[in-house]
Design a protein around this ligand. Structure first.
Ligand code: ADP
Ligand code: MG
Length: 703
């Protein structure tokens, strides 16, 4: 057995206890340590003098020890090691608590690199428990000091020692699995260089190149495994629905299908007429009429002697669908069963019995209920609505159970075609790019701060006429990095620090606005509020007790307030266009003429173009395509992360981030596609092995 395949106990000083700690980190073989990447890096290379340092911030200092460390027991169970150290600009008192052994770790006259928070009392500098490393001219210390995700029973030092040991073994044993051609084309460093660069970076540039390679690696393998597993799934058989005549169904509809609906239904009927299971996603803006397409598919399944299931994320949606579809299906002799958590155990039992005995044709319910031990007599089609609201597990269930049935997934998140390919993996895509005629358009304007007064007058006018108003402010995101640390996940953005304009905060803004308009009823909601409190405010707003609701993007989904006729979006340049589009969908839901005003003083050309797109169109796809073009995939995905795009990939990545690494994702997918088309995989045994490993891992996760 090679060293890399050995259990971690093969490492120096690792016994059963430490191996158990490693196990908690998911590390079993020594090789696993290679892929256990640092969480962040302390920047210890930026050395300050005591005089120029900022008090209270973590920084690095190069200090010479001036006095012999003394050990003092201050009270029971508490001791201090204390000494003074200096540089050219001053002297600092250094203290360590309860680490008696450090008394002998410092030598008077020697230089050390200290990293910690500097404090200043009167004219004296002090530091408590700074990290310290011996410094010498011959062996300079690396600037970037990696911090690893850890577990109880493992110190950073021990992890680092382990990583170093495995790195030297890897230099002998590890083969780069990425084909040279692909690596060179993407100008990526070799695997070993990248691993050294991520674990022991000498410079930022090393680290960034290493990260690029490892991110690419992960996404390329992801792309390969997705393509291969999708292909495999397609080989299994499903019932053939040879009778695709929809005329009785269509005759009952109160409207004519749009061209886009007809095309989508055509795609579906072509799929289900084959033995290869349908694996299709139907995407289209909110209100474009996806439900009727699903109904057509369910009708076809039933007409061909099979049952169908319609799975939705919430019970409310299940009831809504049932109310819409049951009357139609009834006329066609199709029996519908609603499976809800609110049913009594007895009712649920009866429903399941009917499903198993083929005494019902179409089952509507939440995924949780349908997935839980429901045995169908002859399930032929599963439709999943609002796919983006389902988590990873539900998709896994689908792949497992859905092997021999046709599946149709529906989503209202507009994703541009290029990205859809990657986000939806192995699914075929039908798009409804047309809204049924007669919908009212939300009039949209893009204005600057100079319009503030007129804007507030407009708010008053809408309220006076009985309408109500949303004002949306961007949420300020907080990072969970320790101050001064560089998060691995944020690396790469470091070089493009965005210039930030002052952001409106919902709470402060509400106060300001209330002072200017004491007669208006103004309130706020934001994401950090308890959900009960949020609901209370939302209900008051829906009930007409609030005129103006200031909020963060929490109102984006699932709120229906027909009286809302004006939405103002502050710092509008901060939002993704798709997000603005979803936000705008909150107004214009009743009969009132509705408006959306985007406020921004941005002078960015791109930002202006994006906001003008919003004014020009109400089409979610056109908006998404433009957004992608103007922002690039990385920013696009980041801006849309909260719209379900991130999780639909269904995979957890070690280092890649679908949002940050959107452009790499596209490249990796294109490369994988070309690579598979050239049928070259068999020539790269290490790569093949990696992909197979990944596929096997996914299978176990599913089963
Ligand atoms: P979504 O795609 O968001 O699920 P729905 O299927 O709920 O949209 O459709 C929204 C509304 O549009 C429904 O009230 C539906 O009856 C109506 N509708 C669907 N297709 C058409 C059409 N071709 N012409 C007119 N109205 C339609
Ligand atoms: Mg819908």
């Amino acid at each position: 057995m090679s060293f890399l395949e050995s259990p971690v106990t093969a490492l120096h000083g690792v016994g059963a206890v430490r191996a158990a700690a490693y196990e908690r980190l998911g590390i079993r073989k020594t090789e696993d340590l290679l892929w256990h990447f640092p969480r962040s890096y302390e920047n210890r290379g930026d050395i300050r003098t005591l005089a120029e340092a900022t008090v209270g911030e973590k920084q690095a200092f190069l200090l010479t020890v001036a006095t012999k460390p003394t050990l003092a027991k201050i009270k029971r169970g508490m001791s201090l090691v204390k000494f003074r150290a200096f540089d050219a600009t001053g002297t600092c008192e250094i203290t360590y608590f309860n680490q008696d052994f450090l008394k002998n770790s410092f030598e008077v006259g020697r230089e050390y690199r200290f990293y910690g928070k500097l404090e200043q009392k009167a004219k004296r500098y002090a530091m408590s428990s700074p990290a310290h490393e011996e410094w010498s001219e011959e062996k300079p210390l690396a600037s970037l000091f990696p911090i690893y995700p850890s577990a109880e029973g493992l110190t950073q030092k021990q992890i680092k020692a382990g990583v170093h040991e495995v790195l030297s073994a890897a230099a002998r044993e590890l083969t780069d699995h990425l084909p040279d051609g692909i690596r060179l084309k993407n100008r990526l460093p070799a695997l070993m260089t990248a691993l050294r660069g991520i674990h022991t970076p000498e410079t930022y540039e090393d680290l960034i190149a290493a990260k690029r390679r490892l991110v690419y690696d992960e996404l390329f393998l992801f792309a390969l495994s997705l393509r291969l597993s999708a292909k495999r799934e397609r080989q299994t058989g499903a019932p053939i629905f040879s009778d695709g005549d929809l005329s009785p169904f269509l005759a009952l509809l109160p409207y004519r299908l749009t061209g886009a609906q007809t095309r989508a239904i055509g795609d579906i009927l072509a799929d289900v007429a084959k033995e290869t299971p349908m694996n299709r996603i139907l995407v289209g803006d909110v209100g474009c009429g996806k439900t009727v397409c699903a109904a057509a598919a369910l009708y076809t399944a039933v007409k061909n002697g099979h049952q169908g299931a319609l799975m939705v994320p919430t019970e409310i949606l299940a009831r809504q669908h049932a109310a819409d579809l049951a009357p139609l299906f009834e006329k066609l002799g199709i029996r519908v069963t609603l499976l809800l958590g609110a049913l009594t155990e007895k009712q649920k039992r009866e429903a399941r019995a009917a499903i198993a005995a083929h005494e019902t044709d179409v089952v509507i319910g939440t995924q949780a209920l349908i997935g839980e031990g429901v045995e169908f007599a002859t399930l032929g089609l599963v439709v999943i609505d609002e796919q983006h609201r389902f988590g990873v597990n539900q998709r896994a269930w689908l792949t497992e159970k859905g092997r021999h049935v046709h599946t149709l997934v529906m989503s209202a998140t507009p994703i541009p075609r290029t990205l859809a390919l990657t986000v939806y993996g192995g699914l075929d895509i039908s798009k409804i790019d047309e809204i049924p005629p007669g919908r009212q358009k939300v009039e949209t304007f893009f204005v600057g701060e100079s319009y503030r007064e007129r804007l507030e007058a407009f708010v008053r006018k809408q309220v006076a006429e009985g309408g109500c108003v949303y004002i949306v402010c961007p949420a300020v995101e907080e990072s969970d990095a320790e101050e001064g640390e560089i998060l691995l996940s944020e690396l790469g953005e470091l070089y493009s620090p965005e210039k930030k304009t002052p952001l409106k905060s919902a709470v402060a803004y509400t106060k300001e606005l209330s002072e200017r308009h004491p007669d208006l009823r103004i309130s706020f909601v934001h994401g950090k509020m308890k959900s009960a409190d949020k609901d209370k405010v939302m209900r008051a707003f829906a009930g007409g007790e609030i005129d103006v609701l200031v909020s963060t993007t929490v109102i984006e989904v699932g709120v229906n307030v027909p009286n809302a006729c004006l939405m103002i979006v502050e710092n509008a340049d901060r939002f993704g266009l798709s997000q603005l589009h979803q936000l705008r969908g909150r107004v214009g839901r009743g009969t009132r003429k509705s408006y959306c005003v985007l406020v921004s003083d941005t002078n960015g050309e791109n930002a202006k173009k994006r906001l003008k797109t919003m004014c020009a169109t109400n089409d979610g796809y056109e908006i998404a395509e433009t957004d992608l073009k103007l922002r690039g995939p990385g920013d696009f995905l980041r801006a849309n992360a909260n719209m379900g795009i991130r999780q639909s990939g269904g995979t957890e990545f070690r280092i890649a981030d679908l949002c940050d690494d959107g452009d790499v994702l596209l490249r990796a997918f294109t490369d994988a596609e070309e690579f598979l088309a050239a049928r070259a995989l068999a020539e790269y045994p290490t790569l093949l092995e990696k992909v197979q490993g990944m596929l096997a891992e996914n299978e176990t996760r599913i089963n």
